[in-house]
Design a protein. Structure first.
Ligand SMILES: [Zn+2]
Length: 471
């Protein structure tokens, strides 16, 4: 074999390998091809810089330390404007940004705070505070700090877990689960009405804490069946949350979980969110698949279980990958080492979500899409990869087929606008003076969220201290 034959075989081998990367079978239009080149130029500039100076590569560094660097990235700016579909794995306790909590919630009247001896910050609404804690009015505490620092809240905020959706009225009495779900339903309806172009809806996954016994779990199953019967459009199914290594395993809760299967309740278990291998936590993945999960939350350990991966492929069960969450919660430090990189290289169906964005200063899906694009996709993942991720988020959502096709149609319109505007922005930038980024940004500012909170939102149980039915 001479050198040119060798090189030809090598080229063809690599080209063949590239066809397997997630999204590579997407066919791009001429305009999309141009946008792809714009995107890849920005991406390769960042990747080559990281290759030369590894310390500069943002996904290799802790998200908390590089948020503003990511915001300055040209790749991120493009991704931010891209319609990303649905967020399929987001918890309501950390759904909103911390800024929103501080700027909006903290000004509500009747909101009290108290720091427990365990250094947990409790927040609760009262007409008259009870004596269970040394409650102070948040508005008064705020007034005593002329320039309140967000870190004061973020470092100590903690919400006690609850077992049912049990928000509290201002007089301290609990809402029933039905009343709480009605609050969710009404809020979602109102938000859809306020944002008819950009938001199609949200669904609720009942997700109590997993550190429980069978008797408690049987109670949850009763709740679940009751809720699914009363709120079929709102309630998507069941999940269990909380630190998996410390929680009860799915196999030990099998008897009540099989009752869910018998009742045809869709399940979306968090499973295998762990660095361990061959222990009870990563084997939860096998049970999630045996219990016919619609999707698997995290599935971080899936690549260590080839037979389970095979089964997931047979069932077409996607993995909900939350890169920033996995890094901040210390499953992985350098996101190039995230196991989902292997899944992407093989074309395994994944969706990208943000888990608890408000807990680490993230919001929406753009940051997680950026990390996925730069670290999980490698240098060869291009616009096709991002497009596939957005399409997957709709394909694997739990809404009915009719709603799914409406979502897909709306997403395609947004996508086409994104393509043409990116094209004209970059063409103008090359030919003319620098574009006024403010005016362009205004045009796109809501695109990141165009579907980012609809379809399925994976809520853990509404927690007691957080939301109160307003009078
Ligand atoms: Zn989660």
């Amino acid at each position: 074999m001479n050198i040119s034959e060798y090189k030809e075989q090598r080229e063809s081998f690599l080209a063949q390998e590239k066809t397997v990367i997630l999204g590579q079978d997407q066919v791009l239009t001429t305009d999309e091809e141009v946008v792809n080149q714009i995107l890849l130029t920005a991406k390769m500039a960042e990747m080559n810089d990281g290759f030369d100076t590894p310390h500069n590569f943002l996904p290799a560094k802790n998200f908390l330390t590089v948020i503003s660097d990511i915001q300055a990235s040209e790749v991120f700016k493009i991704i931010q404007k891209m319609p990303k579909g649905a967020a399929l794995h987001v918890h309501d306790v950390a759904l909103t940004s911390l800024e929103w909590v501080i700027e909006e919630l903290a000004y509500w009247p009747d909101l009290y705070m108290c720091i427990t001896p365990q250094d947990l910050l409790l927040l609760k609404f009262f007409d008259n505070p009870d004596t269970s804690c040394a409650w102070q009015l948040v508005s008064e505490v705020r007034d005593s700090y002329p320039h309140p620092r967000s870190s004061t809240l973020s470092s100590t905020t903690g919400f006690p877990s609850s077992q049912t959706p049990d928000d509290i009225r201002i007089d301290g009495t609990l809402l029933t689960p039905d009343e709480t779900l009605t609050v969710y339903q009404d809020t979602i309806t109102r938000f859809v009405q306020d944002h008819p172009e950009d938001f199609l809806g949200a669904r609720y996954i009942y997700a109590p804490m997993r550190r429980i016994d069978n008797a408690t779990m049987n109670g949850y199953v009763d709740n679940m069946i009751d809720m699914a019967g009363k709120f079929p459009n709102l309630v998507a199914g069941f999940d269990l949350v909380g630190q998996e290594d410390k929680g009860e395993t799915l196999i030990n809760l099998l008897e009540p979980l099989l009752r869910l299967s018998d009742a045809d309740i869709p399940v979306f278990y968090h499973a295998g969110e762990t660095d361990w291998m061959g222990m009870s936590t990563d084997e939860n993945i096998v049970d999630a698949l045996f219990l016919n999960a619609t999707r698997i939350g995290h599935g971080y350990a899936l690549v260590k279980h080839p037979k389970a991966k095979e089964l997931a492929l047979q069932h077409n069960t996607p993995i909900e990958v939350c890169p920033v969450s996995n890094q901040v919660l210390k499953l992985v430090s350098d996101l190039r080492n995230h196991p989902a990189a292997q899944l992407v290289a093989e074309g395994f169906p994944i969706v990208i979500s943000s888990d608890d964005p408000g807990a680490w200063g993230s919001k929406g899906l753009s940051y997680d899409f950026y990390e996925a694009f730069m670290a999980l996709g490698g240098a060869k993942a291009d616009l096709r990869f991002l497009k596939q991720l957005a399409i997957n988020s709709i394909t694997y959502s739990s809404v009915d087929e009719n709603t799914k096709s409406q979502m897909m149609q709306r997403w395609e319109e947004k996508w086409n606008t994104f393509i043409s505007e990116t094209l004209s922005l970059h063409t103008n930038t090359v030919i003319h003076q620098p574009v006024n980024k403010e005016s362009v940004g205004l045009h796109h500012q809501h695109l990141w969220s165009s579907y980012s909170n609809n379809s399925i939102i994976s809520f853990p149980p509404s927690t007691t201290a957080k939301s109160t039915q307003r009078p």
